[in-house]
Design a protein around this ligand. Sequence first.
Ligand SMILES: NC(=O)c1ccc[n+]([C@@H]2O[C@H](COP(=O)([O-])OP(=O)(O)OC[C@H]3O[C@@H](n4cnc5c(N)ncnc54)[C@H](O)[C@@H]3O)[C@@H](O)[C@H]2O)c1
Length: 454
Amino acid sequence: MNKNIVCVGAGYIGGPTMAVIAKMNPDRKVIVVDINESRIAAWNSEDYSLPIYEPGLVDVVKEVRGKNLFFSTDIEGAVKECDIIFVGVNTPTKTFGRGAGYASDLQYWEATARSIKGYANGDKIVVEKSTLPVRTAAAMEAILNDSAEHRFAVLSNPEFLAEGTAINDLVSPDRVLIGGPQDEFGLAAIQEVVDIYASWVPREKILTTNVWSAELTKLAANAFLAQRVSSINAIAGLCEATGADVEEVARVMGADHRIGPKFLKAGPGFGGSCFKKDVLNLVYLCESFGLHTAAKYWEGVIKMNEHQQERIVSRLIKEMFNTLANKKVAVFGFAFKADTGDTRETPSGAVVRQLDEEHAKIAITDPKALPNAAKDLADLLGEESRIVLEPDPYKAAEGADAVLLMTDWKLYPSLDWQRIYDSMRKPALVFDTRNCLDREALKNIGFKVLNVGK
Ligand SMILES: NC(=O)c1ccc[n+]([C@@H]2O[C@H](COP(=O)([O-])OP(=O)(O)OC[C@H]3O[C@@H](n4cnc5c(N)ncnc54)[C@H](O)[C@@H]3O)[C@@H](O)[C@H]2O)c1
């Protein structure tokens, strides 16, 4: 068995993960392959205009690309050359048939498994990097091992990185999880993958389990994180109604070491490609095993999240004298969080659509996410559209009745808010859904200020 690594899927997971693995394992060749030619061309672009934005990523790619990290569309060649195959293809929520709206669509995964089987020239280790429903490895093994020609060990190595901090999360992970079959072949395969990470991750942080535990842990971890966001947002609504301040409540709650301070920030709700998809997947799994009450419990996390975005729009309408028609709202931030251009499931998208239904004029500004915003909102843009995309936040705010801050980009608190106020129609409102601006300073300028949970 050779030490070369291929990763199928050159997206938000495959690209950064393999770049760091290549940097930390200079003795291994790492090839990232994808069916999407333009994505691979971007990874290979001379000026390093990579297909995803992630702080620090360009520097790692510059260090290793062409040395021991390669991007290619030649899946067959790469599978033949490498004995360790990570699979990081997309696993979106199913939009058709049984389980539509809940279950994972595994067609890309299965297609990948079948091509690995077709191209394999010896025994291989196949590592699930994508987030998958529990027991997917069993299905994959059935597909891969249905003839005696070559043996495949299917492992689960779910990725816990968060977009925006991906490189740091990969370089200094809280833990690395590797699950696999507990027989001799499986345990040897686990050791091969442990060795990849052990070149930079302290051994005690590399946790090994059986394959089902690893698959389920990823879904459970994301469900717990999403649940914390929905829980603090549920408290935020109560704070607004009672005069309590959610930041004070969270600070004191978080001082209890059993609760801890992280992920207790009220805001517009969670977004990104994972939380909603993974919680829905968990709901579907619970339902399919007859655990209906558990399914309802987790479904509540999603409902609360959607409710938070509806509440933001309702409060805005109320504060703006019960009509938004023809009023201009400048939406600051379209990415689902700071430091990423990713807009999948972004709360800003849901809010913009609701503002459009109210016939507001909308100027969206974002330092990284406007190209994705243009794609996401393609059905609402065009000649008759009330929506404009404006890279300059000052221009976006010109003549606006309200600034609705949706993403906590570091840039926003440092803007010249007096200049923004002077250019807006009065009364000028700021709704800071991230509680990241200086509320008192804004009030002193003359703004009416709304926050989440205050
Ligand atoms: N994005 C995150 O922060 C994150 C975090 C943890 C886990 N995950 C999981 O990782 C997986 C990938 O997520 P992502 O955000 O990188 O998705 P992505 O859509 O950015 O990338 C997936 C890539 O796979 C490619 N692909 C699909 N089918 C293929 C095939 N048959 N052969 C070759 N390439 C193929 C697509 O062209 C695409 O470029 C998902 O299961 C996701 O849940 C994502």
